[in-house]
Design a protein around this ligand. Sequence first.
Ligand code: NAP
Length: 248
Amino acid sequence: MRHILLLGGTTEASMLATALAERGERAVLSYAGRTEAPRAQAIPTRIGGFGGVQGLADHLRRGGVTHLVDATHPFAARISANAIAAADLAGVKLLALTRPAWEACPGDHWIRVADTKGAVAALGMDPIRVFLALGRQTIGDFAEAPQHFYLLRFVDAAMPPALPRHHLVVDRGPFSLAGELALLREHRIEVIVAKNAGGAGARAKLDAARELGLPVVMIDRPFIPDRPQVGRVAQVLDWLDHGVVRGV
Ligand code: NAP
């Protein structure tokens, strides 16, 4: 019987985990361990890093893994690169399940930057009110611009952020347009900083920005080496059954 290791931490991974459980597949979902209370899953889970490429390759071999599905976040570039190298070393089949990037629509005012340092620079010197729609790990760079007010939204309240002027909202998506409009208005936000994560659950803030005429500093996706990838859970199931990637 095939044995699937699913690298998760995303909505797509949770959706795939449910589909795999429904089919009675032998599968384990792996979390990095960044969140205090990860979602309950329909398949067994494991938590924590593998110890780089070699550690992941050993894990695949030891566990008799036959299929590795990388459904990590598009900004989780290190684990995705490791997955490519480790699958190759261990002779395991690999497929990535990734959401397409967002594209700017008419009426959007996006300032595209390569990384968080670029985003800090794009905010300028004058104090403004910023919605930092980024995970906890990436906000450290904004300590270099303490003059701004930052609205933050994390899935839990662990570890207070080291930003002198901030307000933290603890909430988990998906978010609605009405909710995002209310949040932006309540905190008199002037600019949003976001990663080009893609997907429906986090899109509402961009629609709200367009409606309010707010600029968005959009951080582009990091480089990930070429690999087979699909956008839908059904395509992963098809790949498991037939060994080919179809309908991309
Ligand atoms: P990263 O920089 O690519 O990975 C850093 C290290 O964390 C990896 O080298 C690996 O450690 C470990 N790791 C990452 N994902 C793992 C997984 N699913 N299972 C086991 N170990 C994992 O990743 P990141 O950006 O810190 O993201 C960490 C996790 O949060 C990912 O699972 C991702 O899907 C999720 N996430 C990330 C973002 C984001 O914006 N980056 C947003 C939402 C969710 P070892 O080298 O020791 O194996």
